[in-house]
Design a protein around this ligand. Sequence first.
Ligand code: HXC
Ligand code: NAP
Length: 295
Amino acid sequence: MNMENKQSMLRDGALDGKVIVVTGGGTGLGRSMAEAFLRLGAHVCITSRKMDVLETAAKEMEKATGGKVLPVACDVRDWKAVDHLVEEVTREFGQVDGLVNNAAGNFISPTERLSGKAFETIIGIVLMGTVNCTLAFGKHWIAKGEKNKTVLNITTTYAWTGSGYVVPSACAKAGVLALTRSLAVEWAKYGIRTNAIAPGPFPTKGAWQRLLPGELVEKFDMAKRVPLGRVGEHHELTDLASYLISPYSSYVNGEVVTIDGGEWLKGAGQFNMLEMVEPGMWDSIERMVRGTKGS
Ligand code: HXC
Ligand code: NAP
């Protein structure tokens, strides 16, 4: 995806002076969000386990945007590493205004094939990683009495529907949803807003390799599940993220915005399968239904 040709929904400079931390910011959607924030004037800290990936991404994004990127290696499962992240980013930029909890781990598997460790790993990255970062930055803001802060969590639509074959992820993302709505109320008094985005299918190497490996990618064309008939484009998600992380959304708190082209509702609506009826059949169907009058 080429962000260069896409104009942001927000005005130039909309994030001037803001410092935003993006976990999992060296790849995929995290990287796209980080680059969009930079283009709007923010300073960005990207973090994940692989420093080489972060350093390369940071250099490329700085070159593309002229902004400042701080790469920090941090396993979000490790509380001490997350504390160190807070120290590093505040030392570099003096403040942090927004935290995007985007780091995740996931893979497809029948649940009966999973070990306890497999569950622990995914719940550790997705739920505990989000908890650790939110708690560390939240405590920092509260202790300093700093206000106008934003936490933006990246969840999924199966956080509320559940989904087979990605059960550890579904459990963890449901926890992230509960955390979002709970803290939106509890921490509003400290000037901290908490929101979430629930994306549908947005192609990334990380997700596609683990969720649609090999020939599954042709067998299960994600676009066919979506009423709009296509997968998402990164700029569509980064516009939403930029709005939610910015002061323009200052009265939005505790919201989970779905951005999936209508995908999850298509699966949920009982009669949506009638989409498969040939248009020419509707005359005879109508006659049959009307013919039942009085019977
Ligand atoms: C069964 C598996 C497995 C598999 C790992 N395990 N892969 N079990 N099937 N395919 C088990 C291992 O055997 C081990 O348990 C435990 O899980 C931990 O595995 P490790 O490889 O030691 O973990 P780690 O090195 O920490 O790697 C974590 C990872 C890896 C999640 C397994 O894929 C990763 O690093 N992912 C990061 C990026 C990512 O996943 N991105 C996709 C996000 S997409 P035992 O008992 O054997 O020790 C996303 C999209 C949502 O979230 C919605 C899409 C529409
Ligand atoms: P991705 O590129 O694989 O992103 C996951 C990121 O998390 C990677 O940068 C990874 O970097 C980092 N990460 C994993 N474990 C970590 C750990 N223990 N500590 C710190 N960082 C860790 O996949 P993506 O598709 O962009 O996913 C981004 C977010 O969108 C995730 O929350 C995902 O659940 C969500 N989402 C994606 C889709 C989609 O269709 N793509 C749909 C719904 C929701 P390292 O491996 O270097 O640590």
